[in-house]
Every structure is written in C-alpha cells, then in structure tokens.
Design a protein around this ligand. Structure first.
Ligand code: ADP
Ligand code: MG
Length: 344
C-alpha cells in the first residue's frame, strides 16, 4: 500500500524497536557478562561465579550471593527502564552504582532465552522466571540459595544479523576474560570465578589486597615489576600500581583504569600515563598500569556511552596533569625518573 502512495517512512513495530535497542547495549557475549556482573556488584555480592560455554554464545550462567529480588521486583526487573538505582535525572550526579539505566535485563531478555532464579535472604522461597525473546513463559516459586542466578542461553537467537558478527569461541572468550579481569581488578574485595567449558580461567579470592589480585590476574612476573602509586589532590585520589619502564608491552590494553571502581577507558588518562614515562618507554610500547581514581561522582560523566565505557571528567585537564605527576613521582622515587625536560 505504501508503495502505491509513494511513501517510504513507517514506524517500526515494537519488537523490532526492542531488538535494535538491545543491540546498542549488547554487542557480544562479553557485554552480557559485563552487565550481569555489574548487577551482581550493585546487589552487594561478595562472590560472583561466571560459567560460559562456546565463548558465551550458547550459555552464560552468572550466580551471585547478593541481595536477591522479591517476586514483585523480579517481575519488573526485565522491563525497559525498570531500575532500583535512579529515580530522577538529578540522581545522575550522585549515582555510585554500576548500572542506572534499567536497560540491561530488558536488552538481554529481548535477544536470548533467560532463566532467572532469585531470592532475598529474608524470604523462604525464591522466584523462577523464564523469559524467551522478551516474553515471560514461566513465573513460579523455586527453592534457591539467597542471591541471584541468571542463565542466558542462545544469545542473538532471534537477531541473526547480530549473530553473524560474532567471532570465534576463542575470540569471544578472550573478550569475556578481559571483562572479568578488569572487574576483578576494580573490585579486589569481591571473589570472582570464571569457568569456560568447566575449566577454571580466572579465580580471584576477594582478599581485598590489590597486590594479591595483580599476582593472581596479571601473573607473578608482571606483578613483581609493578610499583605502588598513591597520589592525592584536593579533588581526587589516584591509587594503583605501575610497571617499571623496562616492563613495557606491545598493546595499550595493559592499562587498567577504574573511576569510582568502574572499569573505564579515558583517552586523557592513557595519554597521561605515557606522558609520565616520557621517553623511558619506547614509541609504540606501553607500560602496564592499574589506576583507580576516586572522585566526586558529580565530577565525572559516565553517561556519554551506552555501554558506559568512555568517561569524561569535568576537570579533564586537571585529571590528566595529576596522572602525569603521579607517574613521574613514582618513577623518581624509584630512581627511574625521566631525564629532565622543559616544563611548559
Ligand atoms: P540497572 O542495573 O540499570 O538498574 P538492569 O536492567 O541491569 O538495570 O537491572 C534492573 C533491576 O533488576 C536492577 O535495578 C535491580 O533492582 C534488579 N537486579 C538485576 N540484577 C540483579 C541481581 N543480580 N541481584 C539483585 N537485583 C538485581
Ligand atoms: Mg544493570
């Protein structure tokens, strides 16, 4: 009919809208892992276990010992814009949770087959929900340990265009491993276990000791080449570890940056780290660095990216300068100071 009239524009149906929106948040299995682990962290979990099969394409199972959900909350949790973490736009200035958009569960359940088992500690029975492609197939009482377990099967089963872009199992698993590495380094007080095809890939006990986590996650050799860093200004605090200049690597992915415990990327910070080493690290090579920034949540915008990866600071330049100075300070304390240079 539309062709007869020569019209081209039409409003997409709800199902298509939901699938497109879901694709913005969920790009690959690692995005599911990140969103679900974020939720477990927000739920106050101290133990998070992740089991994946075929790089997460066929199965991702996440179990936490967090606060769990009541029946009523579970029934709302998978709906779009359903969140317990934000009520007004002003809350964005103080939000300290990993999530706040109420999009993750809605997106994941729209494009996979999900089973949720959840129980708050103080309740006797838990809730089981089965949701396929956004449709609830089952809601029932279920016996389950306190906390939440979410099983995501057949990701993108109803969005073949997306499924086509998935890489090999190995490649997708590498993304998942990197995601958990970053989350574990950002939260050394939480115990993380990652299994793939039943085999343990990551185990960090949640000792709350960042150095132990470095040994565990980056390996003892890398950990031994790292020097502690602590730097404070009036407005923020930087803590972490940076490698001796000679322990450089080929890729910039050896930089682990956390802002208020959220793993992020920040061009300002990666540039500043390299700048701090000045000529001590050859061009095209990168030091290993784990940096945790703490600052007023109102001074950082985590809302710039749907997946909340790239952050912006209201004092971008000051943050950059502080990182440069923090790195320089550690290097000079260890007699590794870059040769004197002109300060602009
Ligand atoms: P957001 O994290 O932005 O609030 P989500 O779609 O990720 O949105 O989750 C929706 C809501 O479901 C959360 O606000 C939270 O109340 C609840 N929820 C999700 N996962 C868990 C979990 N593992 N434990 C407890 N509650 C959860
Ligand atoms: Mg969330």
């Amino acid at each position: 009919k539309m062709e007869e009239q020569g019209n081209k524009i039409r409003i997409l149906d709800r199902d298509t809208i939901n699938k497109i929106a879901a694709g913005e948040v969920i790009e690959r299995p690692a995005s599911v892992v990140k969103e679900l682990v974020d939720n477990s962290i927000d739920a106050g979990a101290t133990e998070i276990r992740i089991e994946v099969e075929t790089g997460g394409k066929h199965s991702i199972l996440i179990r936490d010992n967090g606060c769990g959900m009541s029946r009523a909350d579970a029934l709302l949790s998978y709906k779009k814009h359903a969140t317990s973490k934000l009520t007004r736009i002003e809350d964005l200035d103080t939000v300290s949770t990993m999530g706040f958009r109420g999009e993750a569960l809605a997106s994941i359940t729209a494009i996979s087959k999900v089973e949720i088992l959840t129980r708050p500690k103080e309740e006797i029975t838990g809730t089981k929900m089965v949701i396929h492609g956004g449709k609830v197939l089952e809601t029932s009482d279920a016996g389950t340990a306190p906390g939440t377990s979410i099983h995501v099967k057949d990701l993108f089963y109803n969005t073949p265009a997306r499924r086509k872009y998935l890489k090999s199992d190995r490649n997708e698993l590498a993304h998942i491993t990197d995601t958990i590495m970053r989350l574990a380094l950002a939260n050394p007080g939480i115990s993380f276990t990652l299994l793939s095809e039943g085999k343990q890939i990551i185990r960090n006990t949640g000792s709350n000791d960042l150095f132990k986590s470095l040994v565990n996650l980056l390996g003892p050799d890398t950990a031994r080449s790292m020097m502690p860093l602590e730097y404070r200004t009036e407005d923020f605090e930087i803590r972490g570890y940076i490698s001796k200049p000679e322990a450089h690597r080929g890729g910039s992915d050896q930089l682990y940056v956390f802002v208020n415990t959220r793993p992020v990327t920040s061009r300002t910070i990666s540039t500043a780290v390299r700048e701090g080493y000045y000529t001590k690290v050859p061009k095209g090579r990168y030091p290993v660095a784990v940096l945790a920034l703490t600052l007023d949540p109102g001074e950082v915008d985590v809302n710039v990216h749907p997946r909340k990866a790239e952050v912006r600071f209201s004092q971008e330049k000051e943050v950059g300068n502080a990182v440069v100075r923090a790195v320089e300070k550690v290097l000079s304390e260890h007699g590794l100071a870059p040769e004197v240079r002109e300060k602009e």
